[in-house]
Design a protein around this ligand. Structure first.
Ligand code: ADP
Ligand code: MG
Length: 729
């Protein structure tokens, strides 16, 4: 019987599902228990203070300091009632995870006792020691410090005995150092711009929200096996490993039965999520072995994003209780699917209308078409920027690799809508339309079914697909902060809506009726944005050729993709919407370039270390064993017989030597190249070298290591293999 090669594997195999006790009988018993939501606010806050929070959330009003004190008092009493001892401002630095620094409520009285203290001042603003968060030089140039400020639109919550207050993070000179600040600005600008356009259709619209429903993909691996892979521990992905004989080719994992250990983890995670008011809805297996997905019901974008960041944090914590590690990396294992985070996105009014959903009447449908077409224009114009917003060292493994984000952004609409847009394009003219023409087009528009059937049969290869009542931005990486993509998307639509309104109003001023003016502009926009529409196979070679002809951005090298942030067009977009100043854009782009180099640098180091200190010593030892056993044959056989017998052995010994030599050479070349790269001062230049010179070494080196994995004695191979990492039972 084959023995297990590692103690870690034995440990992993012995594990049983960890029983999880629900904190109540039904989900509704504990849903939102740990969230300071409106119901709790009403109970814990004086009337005025409660109203101040509601007005801040619903109408963006300022909260004055006296009321902030009352809110802080109420929040404290509520948090203490749940056993909280500490509070923290929780923010989203540019590292793609969240940051927090806990302070205790307890203040010594000086008489040997302590009391719990919390004030409006502490609630509203704090100064973390921010000097070690990436800022792209903003803080050095302007101010040494940054501060966090309360975001009342995302409710505070208690997690593991700490009151957590969602905040923005900005420098003293006002530059955003985080993801939340620009997101809130983008959403605010979209609200204003969209309300103005909605006024053409319905005077009751006073507020427009952007909605986000993310689908989080992830891998689980057993903690013991994970810890036996330094590459997973240090880079969140495997840098080597031959494909397992069986991986995803039988397609038996997707929607298959969830293993009991994993199900126990999921249940536990759901309990935690529900207590925190995260509206998780679905859980299922994904395509690759050990790959899973969870998705909530969509929420307003800022809150949805906070919930996504929170769930990523909670997933890691809960996984520990089940002896799992969660991998949120976009490509933990080569040869099988990577992980994304589809961002389902729509915009909706305070009157309950989803502006990206066809309605019951021609009027609602014209409004729907207005938002749909303006979205297409925005995505077309800013396709390079949107790609930059999802590009990262992790996601580059998926970009253009036959996985949801091709390295080209296009939009899928489906047959019915394509036909509708064609009809508007062909029927509407700039001439005055006859009453018959108007009736005909009105009838057409009225005929758009409320549920677009052909969109249920979706095109999975499109990075930005219309799915009946929303767009699904599929290119977002699994570890990303969704705000990175949501900021340009919402901003681009908002600015486009402003331009649209200006154009329509100009035509109306010339005496053209409103609906006709809208149709005329829409017709022009349909034509203009046509190059972004593509319903074919986004992974095909033809598309790459066609997309280039259409003038879409086809850049595939991540640091060069980031250049889209600094084009005059992108700068203007963000300035108009008051989302980013030039300085902020430059600083952020610098941070991205810097992070890119650092990540690849770490991977390069780990790869060298594994190759030289783990793989090669094992291989050489195995080869030595082969050599001595071959020499042994020499003593046993006649020379003529030996010469025949040893041919294969010698070939194998030579083959090993060849792989070893290439690995040694490539590793030293890579180290030399890295040293060279590190002398480059400019962050962009350095990142380009890391992407184009260092990164290509990874595949070359691993190719030879993976070949050796197939040669060397299984018992001796020093790392858990893919088959040992990937099949949880
Ligand atoms: P899929 O079939 O794409 O896997 P899921 O049901 O897993 O779909 O997830 C779809 C996500 O889209 C959910 O988060 C859902 O709440 C969200 N969603 C549904 N309608 C809208 C909408 N109008 N706007 C934004 N998100 C939406
Ligand atoms: Mg989806």
């Amino acid at each position: 019987m084959a023995t297990l090669r590692f103690k870690a594997l034995e440990d992993a195999l012995k594990r049983r599902p960890v029983e999880v006790k629900a904190p109540g009988e039904k989900t509704s018993d504990y849903y939102g228990l740990y969230v300071f939501d409106r119901i709790k606010m009403e109970k814990y806050l004086p009337k005025d203070a409660y109203k101040a929070v509601v007005d801040a959330v619903d109408y963006g009003k300022r909260i004055d300091m006296k009321l902030a004190d009352q809110i802080a008092m109420g929040m404290k009493s509520w948090a203490l009632s749940l056993g909280a001892t500490h509070y923290t401002h929780w923010f989203q630095p540019l590292t793609e995870s969240t940051a927090e620094k806990h302070d205790t409520f307890a203040v010594p009285t000086g008489r040997g006792t302590a009391i719990e203290v919390f004030s409006g001042e502490l609630l509203v603003q704090q100064e973390p020691d921010a000097s070690s968060f990436p800022s792209g030089g903003i803080r050095n140039t302007f101010e040494a410090r940054g501060y966090t400020a309360w975001d009342p639109s995302s409710p505070a919550f208690v997690l593991e005995g700490t009151l957590i207050i969602p905040t923005i993070f900005i420098s003293y000179t006002g530059e955003a150092l985080d993801y939340k600040t620009p997101l809130l600005k983008a959403l605010h600008y979209l609200d204003k711009a969209a309300v103005e356009v909605c006024q053409y259709f319905d005077k009751d619209v006073t507020r427009v929200n952007s909605n986000l429903g993310w689908e989080q993909e992830y891998f689980l691996v057993d903690e013991a096996v994970f810890n036996a892979r330094p590459d997973l521990v240090l880079t969140d992905r495997t840098l080597m490993g031959h494909a397992s004989a069986k991986n995803q080719q039988l397609e038996d994992q997707y929607f298959g039965q969830i293993p009991s250990r994993v199900l126990a983890f999921m249940k536990d995670l759901e309990y935690e999520a529900y207590k925190l008011g995260i509206p998780l809805k679905t859980r299922h297996n994904e395509v690759a072995p050990n790959q899973y997905e969870l998705a909530p019901i969509y929420e307003e974008t800022n809150l949805a994003n906070d919930h996504n960041l929170l769930i990523m944090m909670v997933m890691r914590k809960v996984a520990g209780r089940h002896n799992f590690k969660v991998l949120l990396h976009e490509k933990p294992f080569s040869g099988i699917n990577g992980s994304g985070k589809h961002n389902n996105w729509s915009v909706a009014t305070n009157t309950g209308v989803n502006l990206l959903s066809p309605g019951k009447t021609p009027r609602l449908n014209l409004q729907f078409l207005t938002f749909l077409i303006n979205t297409l224009v925005a995505v077309h114009k800013h396709n390079a920027l949107l790609k930059a917003s999802i590009a990262s060292p992790g996601n580059q493994h998926r970009l253009g690799a036959n996985e949801a984000p091709p390295a080209i952004i296009s939009a899928f609409l489906g047959q019915q809508l394509t036909k509708m847009l064609d009809e508007i394009e062909n029927r509407v003219t700039d001439e005055k339309m006859s009453p018959e023409e108007k009736t005909a087009i009105k009838l057409d528009i009225g005929k758009i079914p409320e549920i677009l059937l052909d969109n249920t049969d979706r095109n999975r290869t499109s990075p930005f697909a219309f799915t009946g009542n929303r767009f699904e931005f599929r290119a977002v990486g699994s570890s990303a902060n969704c705000a990175s993509a949501m900021i340009p998307l919402n901003t681009a639509l908002a600015v486009q809506l402003v331009d649209f309104k200006t154009e329509v109003d100009t035509i109306i001023e010339k005496g053209v009726k409103k609906d006709e003016a809208i149709l005329q502009v829409l017709r022009r926009l349909i034509k203009k944005s046509k190059p972004i529409r593509y319903d074919g196979n986004g992974y095909s070679e033809e598309w790459k050729v066609e997309a280039a002809k259409r003038g879409l951005d086809c850049e595939a090298i991540v640091p060069l993709i980031y250049d889209a942030y600094l084009t005059p067009q992108s700068r203007e977009l963000f300035k108009r919407a008051n989302v980013y100043t030039d300085i902020e854009m430059e600083a952020r782009t610098e941070v991205r370039h810097e992070l890119y180099s650092k990540k690849i640098q770490i991977e390069a180091r780990v790869l060298s270390d594994l190759a030289m200190n783990h793989i090669l010593p094992t291989v050489i030892e195995y080869q030595a064993m082969l050599i001595s056993s071959t020499q042994g044959l020499k003593n046993l056989y006649e020379t003529s017989e030996y010469n025949v017998l040893s041919v294969r052995r010698l070939k194998l010994i030579k083959e090993i030597s060849e792989h070893v030599e290439i690995i040694e050479d490539k590793v030293s070349e890579m180290i030399a190249a890295r040293k060279q790269a590190n002398t480059i001062e400019d962050n962009r230049e350095k990142a380009i070298v890391y992407a184009t010179v260092i990164f290509p070494f990874f595949d070359e080196i691993r190719y030879h290591i993976d070949k050796l994995e197939l040669i060397v004695d299984n018992e001796k191979w020093p790392l858990p293999k893919f088959r040992e990492l990937l099949f949880i039972r």
